[in-house]
Each structure stands twice: as C-alpha cells, then as structure tokens.
Design a protein around this ligand. Structure first.
Ligand SMILES: Cc1cc2nc3c(=O)[nH]c(=O)nc-3n(C[C@H](O)[C@H](O)[C@H](O)COP(=O)(O)O)c2cc1C
Length: 194
C-alpha cells in the first residue's frame, strides 16, 4: 500500500530566495547572541529540519534542543574535562549561542541503505536547520569540535556508542557583520561531461 499523501505545490522561481542562498554565510558561534529563535520559530525550524532527504524513510537521526540548564552544566563539565587550553577556549562556541540543536546520526539496521547514506541524511538535517533558521532571520553556525568525539564528553551528552554527532547547530543574532570568505569557483570544482 502506498503511503504517499496529498499533492504538494510545484516550486516557483523565487528570486529573493536565490539571492539569500547565494549570500549564505555562517556566523562565528562565539559571537551569536540573543535574540535567538522564539519557541514558535524554533518549532517551525525543527519541522523544516525534519523534512530532509532520507533514503528509505529510516529517519536515522535524532535532535536534541539544548536548554539553558543543560548548556551551563555541559559547558562546566567540559571545561573540567578539556584536554588542552585550546579545547577549553573553543567551549565559548557552545556557551554563547541562545539556541542550539544537537543533530545526532542514529544508524538504523537496513539491508538497503548503507551507513554512509544515513550519515549524509543527518548532515542534510543540519543544513536544512541552518537554512530554516536563516529564513526566520537568525544567523547560524554548524560546529562539531572535540567534544563531539571525546568519549567522556559523548557520555555526558547521552550518546550511544553507535551514534555520531552530525553537528551542533547554533542559532542567534550575529554581533558583527558576517564577512565573506574564499569560495571555490564553479570551474575549479565542477566537471561537465558531454
Ligand atoms: C560537519 C561540519 C562540522 C564543522 N565543525 C566546525 C567546528 O568544529 N569548528 C568550526 O569553526 N567550524 C566548523 N564547521 C564549519 C562551519 O560550520 C562553517 O561552514 C565554516 O566556518 C565556513 O563558513 P560558511 O558556512 O559561511 O561557508 C563545520 C562544518 C561542517 C559541515
């Protein structure tokens, strides 16, 4: 039995959206400040994030919205566990933003969909969250940093052994204008076959 539903609108050309995408830029996470997404905005952003390409309807990811108490506790415990001063310093990226969503890749046993594709799907959720937050007027930053991989940090954040952090998606208002950075040229990265 098909589980496809009602017909959706055909995408129309959207010049404003094209301009937005052409100028998309991440913000430095440590410079993100209030206001972040309101409760209603965050619900809409999460909904868009969950509408991400995913082979086989496995939905092989879970999202964790990090509330202020958890953020403060994690930062304090990670400061104590940081292997180096530099590792401690980058915790500002986790401490500063008003809203953060942790996207976790949660592999599903599948005879059809390889782990790589499931992890790619988690990455797409991250990107869609960024686009959605940007569309709601917030700046974003996609960060992993050492604590995404450190065993003690992973335990603190409640990750299962088979799970991977796809990203911490930080959202807020950028303190400074975002400056362009070098971008590859299409001709350098794209091969065109006849
Ligand atoms: C999976 C992934 C992990 C990332 N982790 C970090 C990170 O830990 N620290 C960091 O400074 N940037 C990290 N970045 C890069 C930033 O999110 C951002 O893309 C980069 O600063 C370039 O800015 P742009 O998005 O405007 O091109 C990561 C990006 C991806 C895709």
């Amino acid at each position: 039995m098909s589980d496809f539903g009602t017909a959706l609108p055909h995408p129309a050309r959207d010049a404003a959206l094209i301009e937005r995408l052409r100028a998309r830029r991440s913000a430095p996470a440590q410079g993100l400040a209030a206001p972040g997404p309101s409760h209603a905005d965050l619900e809409a952003i999460l909904e868009i994030g969950l509408r991400s390409p995913d082979h086989g309807k496995l939905f092989p990811w879970r999202l964790v919205v990090i509330g202020p108490q958890t953020r403060a506790r994690w930062v304090a415990e990670l400061e104590a566990a940081a292997p180096t001063d530099k590792d401690r310093a980058v915790l500002r990226k986790l401490a500063a933003p008003p809203v953060t969503v942790m996207v976790v890749s949660t592999p599903v046993d599948s005879p059809k969909v390889p782990l790589w594709e499931q992890q790619l799907s988690a990455g797409v959720v991250c990107m869609n969250l960024e686009h959605a937050a940007n569309a709601h007027g917030y700046a974003t930053s996609w960060i992993t940093d050492w604590y995404a991989y450190d065993p003690r940090a992973r335990a603190l954040m409640g990750l299962r052994d088979d799970e991977t952090v796809a990203g911490f998606i930080h959202m807020g208002t950028a303190a400074e204008p975002l400056l362009e950075r070098p971008r590859p040229r299409v001709g350098d990265k794209v091969e065109r076959l006849p």
